[in-house]
Ligand binder design. Structure first.
Ligand code: DX5
Ligand code: ZN
Length: 214
């Protein structure tokens, strides 16, 4: 299981320290939530902040774009050091063009779907993706409850393309991680449960242990 702590739950006044802390605690990827106040009703940070964080770890940056028309800002995120770029299917007028631009830019393409979007909507793009992100909360805020009824989407995607990475994001803790692992999830995004823990390293180990209960 790949564990990707979400910096949305970090102390934004100490981003470099928080990245180093997650790196040492055993994070596999660093998950960065970009929000534009338009696609989602919240604002976070953009390419300059991603670039500012880049020197503090060698771990892959898993950049989750919750922005309208992702193609417009993609070059800046690639330049800032994104390794995996996830954009929302609901936000792109031409998803195929975004996938192509991410791949041509040397990053790994991924598409996210909101809880109300069926997994079938991803099928036309599946063979061109590195990963699919099945949102287990409405995007925009941390600290919400995991929607277990999203797991059939995970199962369906893994059936259609077993080698595709499937990530879930929202409400992940040591308990919901087991549910996700049983459905076939490969990567867990976790904000509150990792940053809110006394011991981040223990929290990450706890999430990773979900595999062992299968
Ligand atoms: C929500 C973000 C998540 C968020 C998850 O829109 O995409 O990455 O940080 O937070 P938790 O783990 O607290 O649900
Ligand atoms: Zn996210």
């Amino acid at each position: 299981m790949i564990i990707a702590p979400s910096m949305l739950a970090s102390d934004f006044s100490h981003l470099s320290d928080e990245i180093i802390r997650m790196d040492i605690a055993g994070a596999d990827w660093i998950h960065l939530d970009v929000m534009d106040g338009h696609f989602v009703p919240n604002l976070t940070f953009g390419p300059p902040v991603v670039a500012a964080m880049r020197p503090y770890t060698d771990k892959p940056f898993d950049v989750h774009l919750m922005i309208d028309e992702p193609l417009r800002y993609l070059p800046q995120f690639l330049k800032a050091g994104a390794d995996i770029v996830t954009f929302h299917l609901e936000a792109a007028s031409d998803p195929g063009a975004v996938i192509a631009a991410i791949s041509e830019g040397g990053a790994k393409p991924s598409i996210a779907i909101k809880p109300g979007t069926p997994a079938e909507a991803l099928l036309p793009y599946l063979d061109r993706l590195y990963m699919a992100l099945v949102m287990t909360v409405e995007p925009g805020f941390g600290g919400q409850s995991f929607q277990e009824d999203m797991m059939p989407k995970v199962r369906m995607l893994k059936e259609k393309r077993p080698d595709l990475l499937v990530e879930v994001d929202g409400g992940i803790n040591a308990v919901t991680a087991v549910t996700a692992a049983k459905a076939g999830v490969n990567a867990l995004v976790a904000g509150t449960s990792v940053f809110g823990a006394q011991d981040a390293s223990k929290a990450i180990r706890g999430l990773r242990a979900c595999d062992s209960s299968l």
